[in-house]
Design a protein around this ligand. Structure first.
Ligand SMILES: *[C@@H]1O[C@H](CO)[C@@H](O)[C@H](O)[C@H]1NC(C)=O
Ligand SMILES: *[C@@H]1O[C@H](CO)[C@@H](O)[C@H](O)[C@H]1NC(C)=O
Ligand SMILES: *[C@@H]1O[C@H](CO)[C@@H](O)[C@H](O)[C@H]1NC(C)=O
Ligand SMILES: *[C@@H]1O[C@H](CO)[C@@H](O)[C@H](O)[C@H]1NC(C)=O
Ligand SMILES: *[C@@H]1O[C@H](CO)[C@@H](O)[C@H](O)[C@H]1NC(C)=O
Ligand SMILES: *[C@@H]1O[C@H](CO)[C@@H](O)[C@H](O)[C@H]1NC(C)=O
Ligand SMILES: *[C@@H]1O[C@H](CO)[C@@H](O)[C@H](O)[C@H]1NC(C)=O
Ligand SMILES: *[C@@H]1O[C@H](CO)[C@@H](O)[C@H](O)[C@H]1NC(C)=O
Ligand SMILES: *[C@@H]1O[C@H](CO)[C@@H](O)[C@H](O)[C@H]1NC(C)=O
Length: 432
């Protein structure tokens, strides 16, 4: 089945310019820093100069909604004359962090403290009234306030993530801490009369340091895949600088729907390169990529404890240390001439925000995992900053991912302030 390229949503003609603050950017802008794109793909900048674009999601009329951190929520859609993209301010509010989901007329957003729901009209690109607080009491403090949101399969519940209080947070061992976990909240036709507390939600997974991105696999039993933005172990006693430059791996975790797994944070972590420093850390030279090891924070949680899957569920696959994966999306095969090939159905795509403390830098791209269900899968970059030694500066730092109806992958890049799209050819720029 070939779907037509969606050029324009009729409802957008109703937007009254006086009600919405709208700006225009013609197609053809360059990336702020050069990128390298995989053969047969093309990448196009849709908008530049944004305020830290993070989470992204399409609404019912195929407008792309973007959380611009420190600014608010904006909507992107093609201009009627087909020469570029319009950006409309939906909400001005500096408190949104990353999480965004939209279901018909309900727009869900997260702040450092709460999950909010707004009444939203996709024809008007506007919300009405004040938001309702759906969930409150996110654990306070900590630098990682992403609080990613994701509907459960069928939209019956909202999953909400929380991060650690600090880089290596011992309180995350206990689910009651509310730290480094994913919880689910059933959604009802009517809003709750008072907000739910975060720790009252059903615990889906814990011991995942910063579960920054998650998605359900589209095939077979729909399992939750979570990308973990792992700890920096630079200051763990006894580890050499060149060892921590290449360890630990960031993780792709798969959550069993039949149990509430503990994924090991803060005690257990994943080897990327055991021979990164065979002189400074010879005890790890025999460790294979993906093997679990202990940070020895507690005497009884040693390597053997970490390697016992009854104690600590190992990742399905691992990513190079310091990649900083922030989102994951599956391609479901719905596509057009400009979209991804149908043969990529079921593949997973992950944004790598990139390292802050690795030499040379890594990440700064988007990768494809062609066998997400297989253990220890390898992956390839679809796009990456061309000159990693120049990063971060204006390099792409991908965060949010969303597939369009056109089968192209839309990507936000926070510190470069860009929104771009990856497709198979350059012909599809009219579709957002
Ligand atoms: C296309 O439409 C946009 C937004 O309405 C406008 O700013 C731009 O000047 C138009 N371009 C052309 C070539 O008409
Ligand atoms: C943002 O959060 C601060 C602190 O909680 C609050 O005072 C302010 O009203 C919020 N801003 C908006 C627009 O909701
Ligand atoms: C959304 O806005 C349009 C245009 O103003 C209006 O016709 C429609 O009734 C609104 N929808 C809802 C559910 O309010
Ligand atoms: C939905 O209803 C159920 C059953 O009454 C309740 O447990 C749950 O907290 C409600 N969800 C929300 C978001 O209010
Ligand atoms: C490690 O310790 C140094 C010196 O105290 C500090 O500057 C750095 O931020 C720490 N790194 C991490 C990842 O905690
Ligand atoms: C591990 O690190 C060492 C030392 O930097 C390097 O020589 C080796 O190629 C690395 N191995 C892998 C698989 O990256
Ligand atoms: C990945 O490989 C490592 C090293 O061989 C192994 O310990 C781990 O169990 C593997 N992971 C899975 C999910 O099979
Ligand atoms: C793994 O841990 C479980 C639960 O603590 C224990 O019963 C089992 O004996 C352990 N397996 C090994 C091989 O140590
Ligand atoms: C890459 O960036 C570094 C640091 O800015 C610069 O010194 C180097 O010349 C650049 N390399 C290329 C090939 O442009």
């Amino acid at each position: 089945m070939t779907l037509p390229v969606v050029v324009f949503s009729a409802g957008l003609a109703l937007i009254t310019p006086t009600l919405a603050q709208t700006t225009f950017q013609p197609f053809g802008a360059s990336f702020a820093s050069p990128v390298t794109v995989a053969p047969s793909l093309s990448a196009s900048v849709l908008f530049s100069g944004l305020s830290l674009p993070r989470g992204i999601a399409f609404d019912s009329q195929h407008n792309l909604l973007v959380v611009e951190r420190g600014f608010g929520v904006t909507a992107f859609h093609p201009a009627a004359n087909g020469t570029g993209i319009l950006r409309t301010v939906v909400l001005s509010n500096p408190n949104f962090t990353q999480g965004i989901q939209v279901d018909g007329d309900k727009l869900y957003l997260s702040t450092a403290n709460d999950a909010l729901v707004y009444q939203y009209n996709a024809s008007e690109l506007a919300v009405s009234g004040e938001p309702a607080v759906l969930v409150t009491g996110f654990p306070a403090g900590g630098e990682l306030t992403t609080h990613t949101l994701q509907f459960a399969v069928g939209g019956s519940a909202l999953l909400i993530a929380s991060g650690p209080g600090n880089n290596i947070d011992p309180t995350a061992r206990e689910p009651s801490s509310g730290r480094s976990q994913v919880r689910a909240f059933p959604l009802n036709a009517s809003l709750p009369s008072s907000p739910l507390q975060y720790t009252s939600g059903a615990l889906i997974a814990y011991g995942i340091r910063n579960p920054a991105g998650f998605a359900f696999s589209p095939l077979g039993e729909k399992k939750l895949f979570v990308v973990e933005n792992g700890a920096s172990i630079d200051n763990v006693t006894g580890l050499a600088a060149s060892f921590v430059n290449d360890n630990p791996a960031d993780e792709l975790n798969v959550v069993s729907p039949h149990s509430t797994p503990y994924f090991g944070f803060p005690d257990c972590t994943t080897m990327w390169n055991g021979s990164a420093d065979p002189v400074g850390d010879p005890q790890y030279a025999s460790f294979a990529r993906g093997e679990q090891f202990s940070l020895n924070l507690e005497a009884d949680r040693d390597d053997a404890w970490c390697q016992n899957a009854s104690n600590n569920v190992p990742p399905q696959s691992s990513f190079q240390a310091h990649s900083v994966p922030l989102d994951i999306k599956f391609f479901e095969g719905r596509t057009t001439a400009s979209g991804f090939p149908r043969s990529w159905s079921g593949d997973a795509f992950v944004s790598f925000h990139g390292s802050f403390d690795r030499t040379p830098p890594t990440g700064y791209g988007v990768i494809r995992l062609s066998t997400p269900d297989a253990p220890n899968s390898t992956y390839t970059f679809l796009i990456q900053a061309s000159n990693l030694t120049s990063c971060p500066e204006t390099c792409i730092r991908p965060v949010g991912l969303a597939f369009g109806k056109d089968g192209r992958l839309y990507v936000s890049s926070d510190s470069s302030g860009e929104l771009f799209v990856l497709g198979q050819t350059t012909q599809g720029d009219t579709a957002v």
